[in-house]
Design a protein around this ligand. Sequence first.
Ligand SMILES: C[S@@+](CC[C@H](N)C(=O)[O-])C[C@H]1O[C@@H](n2cnc3c(N)ncnc32)[C@H](O)[C@@H]1O
Length: 261
Amino acid sequence: MINWILVVAIVGLLILVVLLGLKLRAMGRRLGQVIRDLGQLKKDHRAGVKDSRADQWEHYRQGETFAQLVTLLKITAPIPPTRKWAASPDLLLTLVEMVQKHQPKLIVELGSGISTLALAKSLLPGSQTRIISFDHSEEYAQATRDLLIQHSITGVEIRVAPIEQYDSERTWYSKEFFKDLADIDMLVIDGPPGAQDPQARSSAQIELGSRLSKNAIVVIDDANRKGEHAMAESFAREMPGHALVFLAHEKGTALIAPQIM
Ligand SMILES: C[S@@+](CC[C@H](N)C(=O)[O-])C[C@H]1O[C@@H](n2cnc3c(N)ncnc32)[C@H](O)[C@@H]1O
């Protein structure tokens, strides 16, 4: 009888030990998962902190540049927001520098907006420089005209050229609106909108490359994007005596300018 009780007790104990072992194994697995999740969380946190620091630095840098622009351009009336759709302050400052340094006689811009104001305000009083800024949208063209009026700027032409099929693969501004252009000294490419289509701006070179003057400057916004980056390289290949630099701007700026001898 005592033997039977002992056997039952031992079997019961063994079952208990096995169940406990299984439980412990499951807990061990869960603990392992928790440790892995914590490790991932730590990595994500570090990456988040790094991104946030980079964002803060970018905001500071743009703010610092914007302050310079307001002073340099003597801005005395309200201006629309920069960045996102509009040019970022770093690009605007480069436009100002290029106009002041090279004194272009004909500036052509694709994609009007606050950049048009910056170009116009960079000119010296009484300057004979012509600025023609293209926009595909009558609405945004009018907004730029209104902005220029608010800042007492006259003589800038805002030309509306609707988007149409350019070839079997691409759309671009209607070509006929560019026919009268020759000897462009400064070409600024920030249109048509190109976020969805890497080819959206590539026709600029075919249409305007041969209309540039010998010492022309080409400034391309959004050069961090593949399409604009490739277009800048392609432009530069056709511009002897010029150097291409990619400026580490918020959206990337490609600058093609005559080489200094
Ligand atoms: C990249 S934007 C040009 C921005 C311009 N260079 C500037 O600095 O303000 C290209 C085109 O997008 C259009 N556009 C401007 N602001 C927009 C907005 N908030 N939403 C949609 N399209 C916009 C205009 O037709 C403009 O020509």
